[in-house]
Design a binder for this molecule. Structure first.
Ligand SMILES: Cc1ncc(COP(=O)(O)O)c(C=O)c1O
Length: 438
């Protein structure tokens, strides 16, 4: 299809909202390896996870069902901002002079400004349905904490957020938005928990990490019967909830007769990447679609490109199960880059497995190159991306320039998983030449 003959925004009606999430597990050539108990190294069972998660989510974590119904109250909440648009990046194509067709799925229009409410809402719903009063969590960039604060307010739950110190200092307004929705926000490492105190004793100026903040939130949740833990990425049920993104995108591309040659998303713990790509990867694994799938990460936390695959802990203090994944080591504290949501030592076991087995590829970029791409995109398309999806945009631009060199009119589709309105300090650093590559 030539430019101008298709709509710029490919929209779906509320009736097209997916009513079931797609579980990638039955599509995989072999089942994922189990999580192991950190003390016994035996596979964890539902009883091990019950102090932290509601049974409905534990069931989803190990489900082999291909589809899992979205509950009605979750669909009602999704309708506040879903379905989200798939947009043809005509102006970016023009600026780059590429024959490639570029589309992006825009998740920045949710109440919290990212894809994170897609899982925050069902997590809050299932916890409230099982009588839990409070959720404890960590947040890197503040996006996940905002999403859970929004979802907690909707289902009447108290929300306690441990926010990585580097982001707490750099993004004070993320804290304000969480507090507006009623959450309590504590900078991590904090003196409130044994895990936080241990880090502060060794390094009173610690900038924190997701791994440390997770330890603090898990510690709080494990100590109280009325409190559960909620994780914004990494786990199977989180990626499951995010598949609404890819399910909608697949329908939207079908409606204009487009097939993706390259799918691109950034990866922190893997949730927007998994949610966006799994419906397409299920088709690819079934031999129905031939597409490249590219995961993009920062060179400051190069988990998939430089980490090693094996069992590792999800947090720093050793409170979570051991998971089979690419990792830089649970003690790795990434330098404080602006893409706080990508500062994680590990990765989703499902995403790790797909990369290990060659079904997806991974690439890493330094933040200076990422912000150059973000500015190019903002000037062409208007939307100011969050630093995390700006990593995906860097890869999109490089793929589009490759298409230009090769004269190949490929279809490139990426997930623009959040806006950058709370990241203006990062843009200011970039525009004034003060952005460092670490
Ligand atoms: C806007 C945004 N994109 C991406 C990520 C990375 O997380 P994930 O890999 O789970 O999508 C985050 C995490 O906080 C985020 O806030």
């Amino acid at each position: 299809m030539t430019q101008g003959s298709e709509p710029r925004k490919i929209l779906l009606g509320e009736d097209d909202l997916p009513e079931a999430w797609l579980n990638i597990v039955p599509s995989l050539p072999s089942p994922p390896e189990p999580y192991l108990h950190p003390a016994t190294r035996q596979p964890v069972g539902p009883d091990d996870l019950a102090p932290l998660f509601p049974m409905a989510l534990i069931g989803q974590e190990v489900s082999a069902e291909p589809w899992i119904d979205v509950p009605g109250p979750v669909l009602d909440a999704y309708r506040l901002w879903r379905p989200t648009p798939l947009i043809r990046a005509l102006d970016l194509e023009r600026v780059l002079g590429t024959p490639a067709r570029i589309y992006y799925k825009y998740e920045g229009g949710s109440p919290a400004g990212s894809h994170k409410p897609n899982t925050a809402v069902p997590q809050a719903y299932y916890n409230a349905a099982e009588g839990i009063a409070r959720l404890a969590t960590e947040t890197g960039a503040g996006q996940w904490g905002s999403a859970l604060a929004f979802a907690g307010a909707r289902f009447g739950l108290d929300v306690d957020v441990y926010m990585v110190r580097a982001s707490y200092d750099a993004k004070p307004y993320r804290r304000t938005i969480m507090e507006t929705w009623g959450a309590r926000v504590t900078p991590s490492p904090s003196p409130e928990t044994a895990a936080g105190r241990a880090v502060l004793e060794a390094d009173p100026d610690s900038t924190g990490s997701l791994g440390i903040a997770i330890s603090e939130a898990v510690e709080l949740a494990a100590a109280r019967d009325d409190t559960h833990y909620a994780l914004g990425s990494v786990l199977n049920h989180v990626l499951l909830h995010q598949t609404v993104i890819g399910l909608e995108a697949r329908k939207q591309l079908d409606s204009v007769g487009a097939k993706p040659d390259v799918l691109i998303a950034c990866v922190g713990g893997g949730s927007n990447f998994g949610g966006f790509t799994f419906p397409f990867l299920a088709d690819k694994l079934a031999g129905k679609l031939d597409t490249r799938v590219v995961a993009v990460e920062p060179t400051a936390a190069p988990t998939l490109t430089e980490g090693s695959f094996g069992y590792d802990l999800g947090d720093q203090a050793g409170m979570t199960p051991l998971m089979p994944m690419y990792s830089l080591g649970a003690g790795f504290v990434p330098p404080p880059i602006h893409a706080g949501g990508l500062r994680y030592h590990g990765d989703s076991p499902l995403v790790s497995m797909l990369v290990r087995d060659g079904h997806a590829e991974a690439v890493a970029y330094p933040q200076s190159k990422v912000f150059e791409a973000a500015v190019t995109f903002a000037r062409a398309e208007g939307i100011l991306p969050a630093p995390e999806p700006a990593h995906a945009i860097r890869a999109v631009i490089d793929e589009a320039l490759r298409c230009k060199e090769q004269g190949s009119a490929e279809t490139i589709v990426f997930n623009l998983c959040g806006h950058g309105h709370f990241d203006l300090a990062a843009y200011a650093d970039h525009l004034s030449g003060n952005l460092l590559d670490v």
